[in-house]
Design a protein around this ligand. Structure first.
Ligand code: GAL
Length: 376
């Protein structure tokens, strides 16, 4: 399965562009080191998604982050705050982040568990500030606390790289306006939602098993405070509608990115709506893995009388997609994102200018792609 992800990363070689040397707060699509890393992982394709091309084109100038002198960052001390350790995707992310920071930069890395509690995490940030780390990499419990945390870092003169939970545009703009050494590295969750909707549109009946002209669906959401959950919920359905389908929302509840909750909620939706339920959208794969169990327990069959989609491309879920027991998923590139976060942190520690936002593209995963990759 590692191979599958490696291949998919090669497809995600969208990562062509980094900072304009002026450092004027524009958005960019990922960092060249990520591309280099992907190239190392696999000898591969040079495909880019249309979305990436657009972003790259719009962003204009290209400069290899790899050309930037980050020698001053060798041996840097890095404090990393993760919103909670008990999260499948963020576990892959933090493990990759730590090993890359250590191998590329000889960094001294400490990672702490926010346990889903913003007050506790704010204390952890304060502790890192007191210790005098060179840079902070922050996956906040609540994106709405970004302003407070960015101000704490500014006061202490420590650069901050916010990851995974995107702050609002006004806050990102404030960093430029007030000269705050902060940046955001993540992915555009609208793209992942759109890909989920497109996966359903690409099926034979476009999600309409009973032929009544309407896709009747259940939405199992992540933490609704998180923009990833909001955008995936909105854009998956928007893609269906843009593709000409009528939709009916039967069920929508929060499962907080959690497999057990995903299973419980899917079981409830299946009991409540029976055969009327045609598609289950899950905002992430952990919840989709749970929903898969509930679907099988209800005697339903993915691909025959119901569809199921997730996001993240966890190894386990890619395996299910390959065998057809999950309809599709979307690669949330934790390797690209963590490497970009580390590279940008190193640039900041080296006093190099950076952008205020870096995004790494998502990649659609369907049975064809997953199986093809499995055969590699
Ligand atoms: C999302 C990811 C979820 C969860 C969440 C945490 O990007 O898809 O699985 O990890 O981040 O904020």
């Amino acid at each position: 399965m590692k191979k599958i992800l490696a291949f998919m990363l090669s497809l995600a070689m969208v990562l062509s562009l980094a900072a304009c040397s002026s450092g004027t707060g524009t958005e960019t699509t990922a960092a060249p080191e990520t591309t280099a890393a992907a190239e190392e992982t696999t000898a591969a394709a040079e495909e880019t998604t249309a979305a990436a091309e657009e972003t790259t084109a719009a962003a204009g100038e290209t400069e290899a982050t790899g050309d930037v002198d980050t020698s001053a960052a060798q041996g840097m001390t890095v404090g990393v705050c993760i919103y909670k350790f008990d999260d499948n995707f963020m576990t892959l992310y933090r493990q990759e982040l730590q090993s890359y920071l250590e191998s590329e930069y000889g960094a001294n890395v400490t990672i702490v568990d926010g346990k889903g509690d913003q007050a506790e995490q704010t204390n952890q940030v304060q502790n890192f500030i007191t210790q005098g780390v060179d840079v902070l990499i922050l996956n906040l419990v609540q994106a709405s606390s970004t302003e407070v945390v960015a101000n704490m870092c500014k006061e202490a003169g420590i650069p901050a790289v916010f990851i995974n939970r995107e702050p609002d545009e006004a806050e990102i703009q404030r960093w430029t306006d007030e000269g705050i050494a902060a940046t955001y590295v993540g992915a555009d969750a609208r793209q992942s939602g759109t890909f989920q909707g497109e996966i359903i549109l690409e099926t034979e009946n476009k999600g309409d098993f009973n032929g009544d002209g309407v896709v009747s669906y259940a939405m199992i959401m992540g933490d609704p405070e998180n923009i990833d959950a909001q955008y995936r919920t909105e854009y998956s359905i928007k893609a269906l509608e843009d593709g000409g389908m009528k939709v009916e929302k039967l069920f929508e509840q929060r499962g907080d990115w959690d497999q057990t909750k995903g299973q419980e909620l899917a079981a409830n939706a299946l009991t409540q709506y029976g055969d009327k339920l045609e598609v289950i959208f899950c905002n992430n794969d952990a919840m989709a893995n749970g929903a898969k169990v509930a679907i099988e327990a209800a005697g339903r069959v993915v691909g025959e009388d119901i569809y199921l989609v997730g996001v993240d491309a966890l190894d386990e879920t890619v395996g299910y997609v390959a065998e057809g027991t999950v309809t599709g998923t979307v690669l949330n590139d934790h390797v690209g994102q963590s490497h970009t976060a580390a590279d940008v942190a190193a640039q900041m520690v080296s006093g190099q200018p950076v952008e205020t936002k870096y995004t790494v593209d998502y990649v659609k995963v369907t049975q064809d792609t997953a199986s093809e990759m499995a055969a590699e």
